[in-house]
Design a protein around this ligand. Structure first.
Ligand code: NDP
Length: 246
């Protein structure tokens, strides 16, 4: 039997990039999957279609992670659509690569609202439904622990916050058999961080493996953390960064 058979997962920001790969992987593992997206309805439908064509179940829900009510409604819709909720992957996130002193406050607010506030709201709402064996998974970043280049000050602060959120929450929900972990990717080739271009050069050089990672390499770790074999892992920061933070 597939390891996530009968389970339901919600992946925020699941229409493109790392989130889309996670949604497809969890569906391949047997889960029914809800994804949220902010703007790109066509991309979200394409992910749903791909999952359905492979024999899985999926639904796409428009919900900007910065909008509290939309996030709460999305979690409830995932729960009512599939009748349960077992795995929450807090993936939606954004970055403003810019020197800190040149970053407008409204841009910082946006990063904080999506990367931190949205994660807290989604998690609090999901915990009303997630029970024994449940999994809360953050997509943090290797820069939440160590910052190897300038230009990501506000972003790395949000990912550091997500790290401590996961650690703190693991102490509150462990007695209910729910684990909370933080998956920290390094440079992964997506629209947010393309492997081609000037910005990619120092990031690639900072890895031990000398290359960008793929979205599937992150999804493989999330699949393990979402599954039954990770039952004794909680409050952990699991880095998938090609050796960036080594
Ligand atoms: P992409 O920009 O490629 O994809 C982002 C996804 O999130 C899209 O599905 C997008 O949907 C959705 N999204 C964006 N903003 C919002 C929002 N406000 N509300 C809901 N959904 C939203 O990003 P990545 O795949 O690269 O990043 C995913 C996560 O991984 C982020 O948390 C990021 O910080 C983290 N990460 C990425 C790394 C990398 O190198 N790529 C490295 C370390 C961490 P839509 O198009 O509809 O807006």
């Amino acid at each position: 039997m597939s390891k996530l058979a009968k389970k339901v997962a919600l992946v925020t920001g699941g229409s493109r990039g790392i989130g889309a790969a996670i949604a497809k992987r969890l569906a391949a593992d047997g889960a029914s999957v809800a994804i949220t997206y902010a703007k790109d309805a066509d991309a979200a439908s394409a992910v749903v279609k791909a999952i359905e064509q492979s024999g899985g179940k999926a639904v796409a829900i428009q919900a900007d992670s910065a909008d509290t009510k939309a996030v709460q409604a999305a979690v409830e819709k995932a729960f009512t659509t599939f009748g349960r909720l077992d795995v929450l992957v807090n993936n939606a996130g954004t970055a403003i690569p810019k020197p800190f002193e040149e970053t407008p406050i409204d841009e910082m607010d946006r990063v904080i609202d999506i990367n931190v506030r949205g994660v807290l709201v989604a998690t609090q709402t999901a915990l009303k439904h997630i029970g024994e064996g449940g999994r809360i998974i953050m997509i943090g970043s290797c820069v939440g622990e160590r910052v190897v280049a300038p230009g990501l000050v506000a972003y790395s602060a949000t990912k550091g916050a997500v790290k401590m959120f996961a650690q703190g929450l693991s102490r509150e929900v462990g007695s209910r058999g729910i684990t909370v972990n933080n998956v920290q990717p390094g440079p992964i080739d997506t629209d947010l961080n393309p492997a081609a271009g000037d910005w990619a050069v120092p990031q690639k050089a900072a890895t031990g493996l000398g290359r960008y990672g793929t979205v599937e390499e992150v999804a493989a770790l999330v699949s393990f953390v979402a599954g039954p074999e990770s039952s004794y892992i909680t409050g952990a920061n699991l880095t998938v960064d090609g050796g960036t933070n080594a």
